[in-house]
Design a protein around this ligand. Structure first.
Ligand code: NOJ
Ligand code: CA
Length: 714
């Protein structure tokens, strides 16, 4: 139900307008806006009467123009309005989402240039969104952005949960430190060759989670990143002021804008309860409503895949050692000698299809099905894939027939080798091939330097490509899961066929040396603020050498923690990433992966502290079934939850998959217990989670008394 109420529209003379105030609907957040003596816009933000953002300047610097969109402004007009609607996402953490805010649109004019800029602020109960708008006007057509000058001035030396600024990757472990420690930590990381490229020593990526000394959680990010460069933050660590730092294009320009246009929203989520940060819907609410009319083909899915075997090094994406092949125009591989380690063979794929069919898993991803991998890995920086031609041992028609006969869908893979123009040239044909063989979803990838101009991965130019791929996929009724693309900013509200992104350090790093055990307690506070992640959980064999004796990596997680990820890292697309043979060793635990839902009516965050623990209970869409997940970091955790989210008039059977008392992510990760108990909405649970551990619970209503015979009440 959409309800737009215009509260008041003020048209006052410029002089009387310099100081403005806006409150959130519940009055807990207060924004103050003014234009300072230089004519620069300035804002502050208070939460429960405490300042959380000190006076912070706003503006944009354009090339060539003087003055820029930064100073010499005066206020020409201020409009206030209120908006309140409740909408239903196609998939997500809750059935409905309330979008309720008070808005203030400040029209600024530069007398000298006769140019106009609107600052639009939306103040929700859980945070602030604001953006720059450039309406159609006679004295402004287009301009090139030198830098965006948005400030977020902190009130002290807060704790930050951060990854370094980088134009090309987000695949870092998080560091927890004071703001004042970031410079030294980044400098030392740089000498280890671990740090970012082309960035200052205090540059960070968003979504950035912060915590003040008095327990206020602040999250900085952006929403609706469309036709603009991705924002990083650069910290002035003497004054604790963050300033926006946009990703440049190959020539150093940070964007090209043509009026009428606007920037993405800059977001500040604020609460004194960490759980509110996880439950916030600001990022989605600041995106446009769904633009796809018929969404019936967008269906959440679980999948297995010919993937972990290549990631661990057990098998290969490539088919042959003979190089080069495609690059010299050889597309007929029938006479090429195979090296015998190719993963995407018809026989191997059928094994995964059989496993998926047996366990009710919706789909099978196959990587390394198309020719060219040996060329790409072998030499050519400028090599491009064709997305159409399978290797001779991958029979695409037969696999389609076989999968269909078993009720399993295939998931396409398009590794673009970051050659985006080439991908765009192939896109229609590639999507048509998917339609022909009924692939509902594509995992795309952008590994390597962006071809042809050596763009960064997050500039305006390439962001426009990612968007193009999503919108074109929608025309073909294809769901997209883009890896190495720009991190999400809630665009899945508008384009719900964007069912996943990687854009962070995923499970693959557990086979590339391992990730920190608390990584998964941070991702929901950071990367997931913008949208779901294709994290690819479900690793049951933590000793990677069992897959490949030459790989000494260890997956820093207990098995119970891996189960919990399906609940704590909500996503409409979830992989069960390990090998069928590893699941067959632990079928009782695998049952949780089979059971867990992908789409939810309700989500209740029960316990949360970034870097330490997260516990969430979610109600599966259209059912009375609940799933609970807890993950924790290095210290372990004792979780205390109440089941008061359950219906008062029902009894339920809860199956609790937990770490055994002696479990530990490093030394004893596969030690788990499974117990079944009866629960009601009066039940309470105190549950141990091991270091790097967690627990998962499935909860089903009792439909027949015989089901609970012999079971204890919790
Ligand atoms: C990186 C992706 O994240 C990974 O999942 C994929 O297997 C490789 N690229 C190859 O495309
Ligand atoms: Ca990746």
């Amino acid at each position: 139900m959409k309800k737009l109420v215009l509260l008041l529209s003020l048209c006052l003379i410029a002089g009387g307008l310099s100081a403005q105030e806006l409150k959130s609907p519940n009055g807990k957040l207060e924004l103050n806006f003014s234009v300072n003596h230089d004519g620069t816009p300035v804002y502050t933000l208070k939460y429960k009467e405490k300042t959380v953002i000190r006076p912070s300047k706003l503006g944009l610097e354009s090339f060539g123009d003087k003055p820029s969109f930064y100073d010499k402004f005066s206020v020409a007009n201020v409009d206030h309005s209120t908006f309140d609607e409740t909408w239903e996402p196609v998939w997500g953490e809750t059935k409905t989402i309330r979008n309720h805010y008070n808005e203030m649109a400040v029209t600024l004019k530069q007398k000298e240039t006769e140019r106009m800029m609107i600052l639009k602020f939306r103040l929700f109960d859980d945070g602030l969104g604001f953006r720059y708008e450039f309406p159609l006007q006679s004295k402004l057509t287009y301009f090139a952005v030198k830098e965006e000058l948005t400030q977020f001035a902190m009130t002290g030396d807060h704790t930050a949960y951060w990854i370094p600024g980088d134009y090309d990757t987000q695949e870092y472990d998080y560091t927890i430190s004071k703001l004042s420690e970031i410079r030294a930590l980044q400098e030392s990381a740089r000498t280890d060759n671990l740090s970012q490229t082309g960035f200052s020593d205090t540059g960070l990526q968003t979504s950035l989670q912060l915590k003040t000394a008095d327990g206020i959680y602040i999250n900085l990010h952006e929403a609706a990143l469309i036709n603009y460069a991705c924002m990083h933050l650069n910290l002035d660590d003497k004054n604790f002021i963050f300033q926006s730092w946009l990703t440049p294009d190959a020539n150093g320009t940070k964007g090209h804008l043509q009026a009428p246009c606007h920037t993405p929203w800059r977001t500040i989520i604020v609460s004194d309860d960490a759980r509110d940060i996880l439950a916030s819907n600001i990022t989605l609410n600041l995106n446009d409503p769904c633009k796809i009319e018929d969404t019936s083909w967008i269906k959440p899915m679980k999948y297995v895949g010919v993937w972990w075997e290549m990631i661990t090094g057990k098998s290969d994406w490539s088919y042959t050692n003979e190089l080069p092949s495609v690059k010299l125009g050889i597309t007929d591989y029938s006479k090429v000698k195979p090296h015998g380690r190719h993963g995407a063979t018809t026989a191997n794929v059928k094994k995964y299809i059989d496993f998926a069919a047996l366990h009710g898993i919706d789909g099978v991803l196959v990587e390394g099905w198309n020719i060219g991998w040996e060329d790409w890995f072998g030499h050519s920086k400028d090599f491009v894939f064709d997305f159409l031609t399978p290797y001779p041992d991958f029979d695409i028609a037969e696999i389609h027939r076989y999968a269909k006969s078993k009720g399993v869908k295939m998931v396409m893979h398009h590794e673009t080798s970051a050659s985006v123009r080439n991908y765009e040239r192939y896109m229609d044909a590639a999507y048509q091939l998917m339609n022909k063989y009924e692939y509902p979803a594509v995992k795309s990838g952008y590994v390597g330097d962006i071809i042809p101009r050596g763009e960064n991965h997050y500039s305006q130019w390439i962001n426009n490509h990612y968007q193009y791929a999503i919108e074109k996929a929608a025309q073909y009724k294809i769901m997209v899961n883009a890896h190495e693309a720009v991190r999400p900013t809630g665009i899945c509200r508008t384009w719900p066929n964007l069912i996943g992104n990687e854009s962070a350090r995923g499970t693959e790093y557990q086979a590339f040396g391992g990730s920190k055990p608390n990584h998964v307690t941070l991702l929901p506070f950071t990367r997931l603020i913008g949208g779901p992640m294709d994290y690819t959980p479900g690793i049951f064999e933590m000793d990677i050498a069992k897959a490949n004796p030459n790989n000494t990596s260890h997956c820093n997680s207990t098995l119970a923690n891996q189960l919990a990820l399906y609940v704590t890292m909500s996503s409409p697309l979830q992989m069960a990433a390990d090998f069928p043979e590893n699941y067959n060793r632990f079928l009782d635990a695998f049952q949780f992966i089979k059971d867990v839902a992908l789409d939810w009516d309700e989500s209740n965050y029960l316990e949360a502290e970034p870097g330490e623990y997260i516990t969430v209970a979610r109600k599966a869409k259209g059912t009375d079934n609940w799933f609970v997940g807890n993950t924790c970091g290095e210290k372990g955790f004792t979780s205390k939850i109440s089941f008061d989210f359950l219906d008062a008039d029902k009894q339920y059977i809860a199956t609790i998959y937990a770490d055994a008392k002696d479990a530990h992510y490093k030394t004893n990760p596969q030690a788990y217990t499974i117990r079944k108990v009866v629960v009601t909405n009066k039940s309470k649970l105190t549950q141990f989670s091991a270091p790097g551990g967690g627990y998962a619970i499935s909860i089903y209503p009792v439909t027949n008394k015989a089901q609970i015979k012999g079971l204890k009440k919790l």
